[in-house]
Design a protein around this ligand. Structure first.
Ligand code: PMV
Length: 348
């Protein structure tokens, strides 16, 4: 490798799954396919400075800054990520890296930053790889970035490119792969244009159970096999729904997927609950509002207590009013984040 030093900077968004990934095999291979909306406002911005080592060594060499401050507690995660990806990025040990990261969402908001963080880092590493190997096509560049991001955090592979991204082999999604995310290949109905995601920050505390532990508990889980089949079925259904714009069916799948994710947690051994009382209060309010107004608003959940409120752009005025009047009281410090479907990573 011939470049002495330089700097790259990328932003990468978070994403919210409609059909959930929960359970994995070795090497970050998902037990079932999943699909997500890419977000626009919840992002990680990572600057990667690199400089050729003056003395060759067999160790990874890097410093970490989070919002300008040294951040030692992320070091093991990055170390592990480098170990996993070094076979695909053989130059990694030739350089010293300075990784400077910031998030556009409040930290410790309970919003997972692993998807946006790992995809932002993967993009920077691909930029370096590309400058060492100028013949790379764009398709290869983004596909390998998604492949690398997956090795950092599974769902991160869905944060690279495209508004709606599918990950995991599925008979009906052309080009789908367990190894990287692919942009949903079919034409999407106009109802989903600028689909809104308002994230209600119910609990900003650290999760009691990490998603790594949660995925592992799907081994020996009494309902795992049926759940993995169901995810395939729901992906087939949501594929048609994204094409035909049937929001009533969309809501059924999305809410069922969220509750199924949490049901898997509640029925593993050991079992655990990540929802909080206010999570349930909000769900009930959304159901009541929907049945009274017929406005197609629904919820989904990640591996945490926060609630993502999903709705079409055409009803955003009414839904935002409802959120302000009836839901913010259940949020910590009345905090929520307005987001919308976005396009993926950006070089800065
Ligand atoms: O990417 P991980 O290993 O943090 O897993 C995240 C899994 C969920 O967010 C709960 C679901 C999903 O598909 O994003």
């Amino acid at each position: 490798s011939s470049i002495e030093k330089g700097v790259f900077k990328w932003s990468a968004p978070s994403n919210i799954a409609l059909v959930k990934y929960w359970g994995k095999k070795e090497h970050q291979i998902p037990a079932n396919p999943s699909i997500s909306f890419t977000l626009n406002n919840c992002k990680t911005i990572t600057e990667l400075s690199f400089e050729k080592k003056s003395v060759a060594s067999d160790e990874f060499s890097f410093n970490l800054l989070f919002e300008g401050q040294p951040k030692e507690d992320f070091k093991p995660k990055i170390q592990k990520f480098f170990e996993r990806v070094v076979v695909y990025l053989p130059f990694l040990k030739d350089y010293h890296f300075m990784i400077d990261t910031q998030n556009t969402f409040p930290h410790s908001s309970g919003i997972a930053s692993s998807a946006s963080g790992m995809s932002a880092l993967a993009m920077n590493l691909m930029s370096l790889e590309k400058s060492l190997n100028s013949e790379m096509t764009d398709d290869y560049f983004y596909q390998k970035a998604s492949f690398l991001a997956r090795l950092g955090s599974g769902s991160a592979c869905r944060s690279i490119k495209g508004k709606i991204v599918e990950w995991g082999n599925h008979a009906e999604i052309s080009g789908s792969s367990d190894l990287f995310g692919v942009e949903f290949p079919n034409t999407v109905h106009s109802s989903f244009q600028n689909y809104q995601d308002t994230i209600l920050l119910v609990d900003k505390g650290e999760k009691q159970v990490s998603s790594t532990v949660g995925h592992d508990l799907m081994h020996d889980h009494p309902f795992a096999e049926r759940r993995f089949e169901q995810a395939h079925e729901n992906l087939s259904k949501i594929k048609s729904i994204l094409e035909d714009g049937n929001l009533e069916d969309f809501i059924k799948i999305v809410e069922s997927e969220a509750l199924t994710l949490h049901a898997m947690m509640m029925t593993s051994m050991p079992y655990f609950i990540l929802m909080k009382p206010n999570t349930l209060e909000i769900i009930n309010k959304i159901w009541k509002f929907r049945s009274e107004t017929q406005i197609p608003v629904c919820f989904t959940l990640d591996a945490g207590a926060n609630v993502h409120v999903l709705y079409p752009e055409s009803v955003s005025e009414a839904v935002l009013q409802f959120i302000k009047d009836e839901l913010v009281g259940y949020c910590q410090n009345r905090q929520y984040i307005c987001d919308v479907i976005g396009n993926g990573v950006e070089q800065l």
